[in-house]
Design a protein around this ligand. Structure first.
Ligand code: EPZ
Length: 446
């Protein structure tokens, strides 16, 4: 199993090209099942999860061809053509779905395309039980007959899906995406209320409209979809990854550096920019994306800012659905707060077990106390200025593992992050991008 070794204490300086968004690419790939025409997707990131999804699609009968590299905003995203002339299987098997929960996003397209699907229940993961009850209930409103059998969702809609009003009891990105895709071929109008407003959902809706769907209200919490007979192909570029961009913004901040994020879209990062701004980390739009740097060192001393946490201020954070502060950035923000100048209260409202990074950060000398869904983080000023020290740590999920890398960049000494396959699911060429800005980071292949 690969490991990543980081020797901390070096401010990052330079430019990082932001890749296409994993959480937009995955539903966009699933959308290729909705038509027998070719769908060309550009700026796809090179990630393990993308490979898993294409493997799943291939066993449904999708023909895939790489159409070269697409120079977009400095990031060499891959270009892929997908065509599902006929579905050779309507089953998404457990051994694929258990590796990647987003596989459940083939459920809506399969049902819409051919009226049946047998998709393994994804099961839980490190951050929570992550049920799919809202996906199922929503599809039943559109006329699907669904039962659970041997750990599989067995769904049928022999006469096709019908119009209806789906009200989500809580905001769900995946349920919104599954229902959105299913609704494009329904017989009648579908209204999705309390829909997720994440930019990745809007990206999917825009691509579906380019394929001939009739979706209105994109970006809002109520989506109106007028079903059509069939969808055609399209040529669509995946939007840049706002979570990756924000992760590298925090990498710049935690090392007291200055980094330009090439291709980042400020409009999708407003809550993050506001929070980091309060923490004295400035994100400024540039022609190519966004510049990130720490504000002037506050309080006494001045100097290089290393002594008092790079001038980063402690702030309270509570995660929320978009446009609120993203849960996918909670672990990274916590790493930053461990070197800030005071005490920060971090509340996780989306997932029930998303503090897996805490025990590992404690091993690095952080001062964090968890009580229920809230973590109190005392920064460098709060733990007597000891700051973080390197240690061998264990990755548990995608965002927890990257928070350990961020902590390692700031820590004195050497940090080795184990189980980096978690990282490879969501961060393309992470060690290359960071070492390109001066980080001492190496992948150790065993
Ligand atoms: C998507 O997961 C993202 N994954 C997650 O990113 C992200 O954390 C999450 O949205 C929230 O923004 C992809 O887009 C591939 P949800 P998803 O449905 O769709 C509960 C990452 O690190 N819920 O919005 O699975 C659920 O348990 C990943 O890139 C139900 O109860 O998230 C959670 O508590 C991690 N019933 C909350 O809703 C349902 O039917 C939000 O989940 C569906 C969800």
């Amino acid at each position: 199993m690969d490991k990543i070794r980081i020797r901390g204490g070096r401010p990052l300086e330079g430019r990082i090209a932001i890749s296409g968004a994993k959480n937009a690419a995955l539903p966009l790939l699933a959308a290729s099942l909705l038509t027998d025409q070719p769908l060309v997707l550009r700026n796809l990131p090179h990630l393990a999860d993308i490979a898993t999804m294409t493997h799943l699609l291939a066993q449904h009968g999708t023909e895939l061809s790489m159409a070269g590299e697409h120079p977009g905003g400095g990031h060499m995203g891959q270009v892929m053509e997908l065509r599902t002339r006929d579905l050779t299987s309507t089953e998404a098997p457990y051994d694929i779905v258990r590796k990647m929960r987003a596989s459940v996003l083939v459920l809506g397209p399969l049902l819409a395309r051919c009226g049946r699907a047998r998709v393994s229940l994804p099961g839980g993961c490190a951050i929570g039980t992550r049920p799919v009850d809202m996906h199922i209930q929503g599809l039943e409103v559109l006329g699907a007959e669904i039962e659970l059998d041997d750990g599989y969702i067995v769904a049928r809609a022999p006469g096709g899906l019908r119009g209806g009003v789906v009200v989500f009891p809580r905001v769900s990105v995946g349920a919104t995406e599954n229902l959105l895709m299913a609704a494009t071929l329904a017989k009648g109008e579908v209204i999705l209320e309390n829909a997720a407003r994440e930019p990745e959902v809007a990206d999917l809706a825009n691509c579906l409209n380019a394929m001939g769907a009739k979706i209105e209200g994109i970006g809002g919490d109520t989506l109106h979809i007028q079903g059509v007979e069939a969808l055609h192909g399209a040529d669509y570029a995946v939007l840049p990854d706002r979570i990756e961009a924000a992760t590298y913004a925090i990498a710049a901040a935690i090392t007291g550096g200055r980094v330009e994020l090439i291709g980042a879209r400020p409009a999708t990062m407003e809550a993050v920019s506001a929070a980091l701004g309060q923490a004295n980390v400035l994100l400024r739009p540039t022609d190519g994306g966004m510049m990130v740097e720490c504000g002037l060192v506050g309080g006494g001393g001045g100097g290089d800012g290393r002594g008092d946490g790079n001038g980063v201020k402690s702030i309270d954070i509570s995660t929320a659905p978009y446009p609120g502060f993203p849960t996918d950035l909670q672990a990274q923000m916590m790493a930053l707060m461990t070197v800030a100048d005071g005490a920060a209260m971090i509340t996780e409202t989306i997932f029930e077990n998303r503090f897996q990074h805490v025990p590992e950060l404690l091993r690095m000398g952080a001062d964090i106390k968890v009580k229920g869904a809230t973590a109190m983080v005392r920064g460098r000023g709060g733990n007597g200025g000891a700051g973080l020290h390197g240690a061998p740590v264990m990755a548990t999920d995608l965002r927890a593992s990257v928070s350990l890398v961020l902590a390692g960049l700031a820590a004195s000494g050497e940090t080795v992050v184990n189980r980096v396959y978690h990282l490879d699911r969501g961060y393309e060429r992470l060690e290359e991008k960071l070492s390109g800005c001066g980080a001492d980071i190496t992948r150790l292949t065993e």
